[in-house]
Design a protein around this ligand. Structure first.
Ligand SMILES: Nc1ncnc2c1ncn2[C@@H]1O[C@H](COP(=O)(O)OP(=O)(O)OP(=O)(O)O)[C@@H](O)[C@H]1O
Ligand SMILES: [Mg+2]
Length: 308
């Protein structure tokens, strides 16, 4: 099946001469949830804005459902919903009107039942007659989501949708996203909450300095890079590692009070049993042991730091 979004060799140089995207290529499959991670200024918003047809690329192409986003702006914009990072709404308009007008702007016939459903799903129904300036920051953010859903898009972009949103609401929002996904909507989101990406995405992309450093199935990512750590607290600190422990490539932490052993939890043999025997053999006494699963966050930090 052809990808629903196909980005090739995308370059964006802003007027200032700054190159925000340095030749990004990526395909997005219909129906997937793709999370884009990257530090501030990585180029996430620039990439999304170009796909949505809001910012023009300097070179390269983007096809959405087979249509070029620059030449065929109407066709591509009609099937895309965008929840922008910045709040951009008329503060003196009501919630109901804001969301209904947005549907009209995308060339769709009025459908009050759909607007009502969207507002109810996002817990905005009781605020439908309020002006936007009367809402809290988190509620305004939800209005942006409602706007993006007003014209029943096939592809939804969420640029930092949960920044400044409380925990309960964030959960509600992800429920909405999950429901959309079950309805076949393709979802691309950026977030700084790595646990969030870890929880809901099918694929994770890491972008930094205008380049995609990695894009992979989340499960594969966790498997190849997701390692475990055994942390061994010693009863008495050591200054050097005793002989016999070299094969384990241990790290010393906490002024010699802690040994760190990295191992692959997906393999059959972890080496823990022999390591513990070797530690006893070397005459070290163990005070405590714990394990720690490495997370997407570790992977992310490692990738971004390596390039820094
Ligand atoms: N209109 C503009 N003119 C000049 N430079 C810009 C413009 N918009 C963005 N940039 C620059 O392009 C780079 C990428 O910005 P972008 O907004 O895409 O980053 P981001 O990954 O979305 O960051 P954040 O996580 O902070 O939202 C930054 O260095 C930014 O300063
Ligand atoms: Mg951004």
């Amino acid at each position: 099946m052809a990808p629903i979004v196909s980005v090739s060799h995308l370059v964006k140089t802003y007027g200032s001469g700054f190159q925000a995207l340095k030749g990004v290529s990526l395909d997005i499959e219909e129906g997937e949830i793709l999370a884009l991670l990257g530090p501030n200024g990585a180029g996430k918003t620039t990439l999304i804005s170009i796909i949505c047809g809001i910012v023009n690329p300097s070179s390269g192409t983007v096809l959405v459902n087979g249509h070029d986003v620059v030449k065929d702006f109407r066709a591509t914009r009609a099937i895309i919903g965008l929840v922008p990072q910045e709040l951009t709404t008329d503060q003196f308009e009501t919630v109901w009107n804001t969301v209904s007008f947005s549907r009209g702007l995308h060339g769709k016939k009025a459908n009050p039942a759909h607007i009502e459903k969207v507002l109810r799903d996002l817990s905005l129904w009781d605020k439908k007659d309020n002006m936007l300036r009367e809402l809290s920051g988190g509620m305004k953010r939800r209005v942006l989501i409602a706007k993006a859903l007003s014209h029943e898009p096939r592809i939804l972009f969420l640029d930092e949708p949960t920044a400044g949103v409380d925990v309960n609401l964030r959960k509600d929002m992800w429920k909405v996203v999950q429901t959309l996904r079950e309805g076949g909507v393709t979802i691309i989101l950026t977030t700084h909450y790595i646990e969030e990406a870890e929880e809901i995405a099918d694929r994770v992309g890491v972008i930094n300095g205008g380049e995609i450093l990695l894009i992979e199935e989340k499960s594969a990512l966790m498997k190849t890079l997701g390692r475990k750590q055994l942390r061994i607290e010693l009863a008495e600190p050591v200054t050097v590692l005793p002989q016999g422990l070299e094969p384990y490539h241990l790290k010393l932490e906490d002024d010699g009070g802690r040994l760190i052993y990295d191992y692959d939890a997906s393999g059959g043999r972890t080496g823990i049993t022999t390591l513990l025997a070797a530690i006893a053999e070397a005459g070290l006494r163990i005070k405590d042991i714990s394990t720690r699963q490495s997370t997407l966050e570790d992977i992310f930090v490692e990738l971004v730091e390596k390039r820094a």
